[in-house]
Design a protein around this ligand. Structure first.
Ligand SMILES: Cc1cc2nc3c(=O)[nH]c(=O)nc-3n(C[C@H](O)[C@H](O)[C@H](O)COP(=O)(O)OP(=O)(O)OC[C@H]3O[C@@H](n4cnc5c(N)ncnc54)[C@H](O)[C@@H]3O)c2cc1C
Length: 718
């Protein structure tokens, strides 16, 4: 390239052809030396003179020029003949020779400009080698982190005994400091607000450290070994040359982030099985990988503008008319749109709209990036990314087909909750805490699939307890409200099971802490643990707002009666419990009377807040109307015979009822202090409570001589 560069700036052997011009430099890159024996002769003289002619060079030239000479063998002998012939006729061009005139004899070039060309090209292309190594390093380091994290998570399952023994003060301190804590004080599942608006989730401390490292790695990777070669014939301005190197570095590095970004967004990401991370954690990394991808793409685009300093206006115009450049710009702009449209405040406003727009924009970015990189030889990245995406969709279809379309019995229980009971195929798994995506096959919403934690009722049935919110759940609620008995059969598609079950049975004790509708998974854990070894003790604590909420899990709570599970229910606002004459004992969950009315009111306190009587973060736009003044209109029943609290206590004598809000910190501390063996603390429910449990556990980890592990089953990505 150095020899050709100097030869072609000194004279002309082939007519000018823009398609053979390097868009970034304006220099000929086509193989004119193959088609013109005069240029080939000049090139061979230069190669010999500079000691660049060796076996590798012969191989390279043969490969490049064979097509131009289909009837002869283009090998060392051929080049020797051309070289010998050229030596006989070669001239050294005069300094004032017009380089645009077509030359009819081979030329000799001076060594010094060839050396400068060589350094200039070397400077540019060694940057790619370095970039590929940095990209591979990024993947290698993140993979190493996933493997280490996966090993420690799998060790909990494979070597539970060993893990229980690793509980020295130093280990406890490290766990409290890094792996268990929220980044700052408490907030992890409660989203951060800025200026009163939802801003985003703060990852755990360990995740924050990893994310910070990812950013630092990429900032560092884009910041070193940029040089300007003095006299560079392609970029006479330092800024232009360095700009171009930044462009190449950031653009190629973005491609290394690209597969992670897509893989981490999929439900069927194979790395789940390597790491045992939940979807929420992958989603956190997906978001940060996407931000890094966009920042690198933006740097790539801005750098391109800076790299244009010093190039001719013709070359600039030519460059900007190239389709691949325009696709690149288009892709960067849409990647920016995606970042804006996926802000938490918009995700919360309408998750389904967010998802549809997100996928549509992602396809635009995918196509744009492909059209931008394919001609540059990076098409493999697109096929990798598309492969991952398509594979995820295929596995999703497979999961749905395995379950089959089933007829679910859907009933309204307690006014704000649906109970969905579905027959399951015999060989279909499902462990406590796992969830499945449910699609209600109704004209208004069959394309949507929403995650719900399932309860394994028996070998043949699973069920979901679904809080009515403002989208699909409200649509189903409206549909069933008009049905006799407020029960309906609806066809459903179930995709799952997803997620890992917390390994509670490997501990001496489990403390299961649920609030509100976080109960299904923890109830399932309690039931499963109660059937396991006699040495495992289980305490289930459920925090609800009023006695009315018990009806969601009426049957399930009754089933705990003859088990070893110690059940405590905290009712935070007992006096708000509406009263009915309906017999609590006969309140079969499928036929319970609707006792609330759903009202649309975006300013209303959210449903979730009722469970704890605290300010909610759930962002739902519907609330259950419980205004006692209006109760007469809604519930035209005579006065109750027994208070709801009284009936609850009679019907669930095995449950310890406590009224008022529990002090989570004191509660967790007490359980840890009293633990006489390893303890698994599992929590799910209202974000505030879940964060409080994590915080309390971190602060009291050293209060027990035994290993205490924390399993959070609340997942936050929407
Ligand atoms: C792993 C997991 C398990 C869950 N288990 C249960 C459960 O057992 N019972 C229960 O009542 N709820 C559960 N949820 C919450 C449930 O998925 C949402 O309440 C439901 O999707 C709301 O549907 P909608 O169309 O009526 O909501 P909308 O009114 O449209 O949205 C209300 C809120 O629900 C969330 N949401 C909506 N769609 C999705 C989605 N596709 N994925 C994730 N979040 C979404 C968003 O935060 C949104 O702001 C679970 C969520 C997750 C992530």
């Amino acid at each position: 390239m150095a020899c050709v560069g100097v030869i072609e700036t000194n004279t002309t052997f082939c007519p000018s052809d823009p398609s053979m011009t390097d868009m970034s430099t304006g220099l000929m890159t086509g193989h004119c030396y193959c088609t013109s024996l005069l240029e080939m002769g000049s090139l061979l003289i230069c190669l010999h003179q500079m000691n660049y002619y060796d076996d590798a060079m012969v191989k390279h030239l043969s490969k490049a020029c064979s097509r131009s000479h289909p009837n002869i063998t283009v090998d060392g002998q051929f080049f020797d003949a051309v070289y010998d012939n050229a030596l006989n006729y070669a001239i050294t061009p005069a300094p004032d020779m017009d380089p645009t005139l077509t030359c009819s004899t081979p030329i000799r070039v001076r060594a010094e400009p060839v050396r400068i060309y060589y350094q200039s090209y070397y400077n540019r292309f060694s940057n790619f080698t370095l970039t590929l190594n940095l990209g591979a390093g990024f993947i290698a380091l993140f993979t190493a982190y996933m493997i280490v994290s996966g090993m420690s998570n799998w060790a909990l399952i494979i070597f539970p005994g060993l893990i229980k023994k690793t509980n020295g003060p130093r280990v406890q301190k490290l766990r409290a400091l890094f792996s268990l804590s929220a980044t700052f004080k408490k907030d992890r599942t409660v989203p951060m607000k800025l200026g009163g608006y939802l801003f985003g989730y703060i990852p755990t401390r360990l995740e924050t450290i990893v994310i910070t490292f990812l950013w630092l790695y990429m900032i560092f990777a884009c910041s070193f070994r940029f040089r300007h070669v003095r006299g560079n014939p392609m970029w006479n301005m330092k800024m232009g040359e360095i700009g171009r190197q930044v462009v190449d570095r950031s653009g190629v590095l973005a491609l290394f982030v690209y597969p992670f970004m897509i893989l981490f967004a999929g439900r069927n990401n194979i790395l789940v099985y390597v790491t045992r991370w939940n979807y929420s954690r992958f989603n956190t990394y997906h978001r940060h990988m996407s931000r890094i991808f966009f920042t690198l793409s933006l740097t790539h685009s801005v750098g391109m503008v800076i790299a244009s300093f010093g190039i001719s206006s013709t070359t600039y115009r030519y460059r900007m008319s190239q389709a691949y450049i325009l696709w690149g710009l288009f892709g960067t702009v849409f990647a920016g749109f995606i970042l804006i449209q996926s802000m938490l405040i918009l995700r919360r406003r309408s998750y389904e709209l967010f998802l549809a727009v997100h996928i549509f924009f992602a396809i635009i970015v995918l196509v744009s990036v492909h059209c931008h990189i394919d001609s540059l030889g990076y098409g493999g990245f697109t096929w990798t990314v598309m492969g991952l995406w398509v594979l995820d969709r295929v596995i999703r279809l497979y999961r749905i087909s395995r379950f089959g379309i089933q007829t679910a019995t859907v009933a309204i229980i307690s006014g704000d909750t649906l109970k969905v009971t579905v027959p399951k195929p015999a060989n279909w798994g499902g462990k406590p805490g796992q969830y499945a995506f449910v699609s209600f096959i109704m004209p208004s919403c069959f394309w949507q699939s929403h995650p719900f934690t399932m309860i394994t009722e028996n070998d043949k049935l699973i069920s979901f307890t679904i809080l009515i919110k403002g989208g699909v759940t409200h649509g189903v609620f409206k549909h069933i409200s008009s049905m006799p008995g407020r029960v309906a059969n609806i066809k459903v598609a179930i995709e799952g099971p997803y997620g890992f079950s917390s390994p509670t049975q490997t501990y001496s004790q489990s403390l299961l802490l649920a609030s509100g509708n976080g109960i299904p998974g923890l109830y399932d854990h309690a039931m499963m643990s109660s059937k396991s070894g006699a040495h495992h003790s289980v305490k289930l604590i459920w925090i609800i707002r009023d006695y009315l909420s018990i009806t969601w899990m009426q049957e399930e709570m009754s089933k705990l009666r003859r088990t070893k599970v110690e059940t405590v229910i905290y009712v935070t606002r007992p006096i708000d419990s509406p009263e009915y004459i309906e017999d609590f004992s006969s309140s079969n969950t499928l036929t319970s009377t609707l006792r609330g009315s759903i009202v649309s009111d975006s300013s209303a306190e959210s449903i979730d807040s009722y469970y704890l009587g605290s300010e909610s973060d759930a962002g739902t736009t519907y609330s259950v109307e419980r205004d006692t003044e209006k109760k007469e209109d809604i519930y035209p029943y005579p006065e109750p015979v027994l208070s709801r609290a009284e009936r609850a206590r009679r019907q669930l004598p095995h449950v310890c009822f406590k009224e008022g809000r529990p002090d989570i910190d004191a509660l967790v501390k007490e359980e840890i202090e009293q633990a006489n063996g390893s303890l698994a603390v599992v929590t799910c429910g209202i974000a505030n409570m879940v964060d409080s449990v994590r915080y309390a556990l971190v602060n009291n980890l050293d209060k027990s001589l035994h290993r205490v592990d924390y399993f959070e089953e609340l997942q936050t990505w929407a």
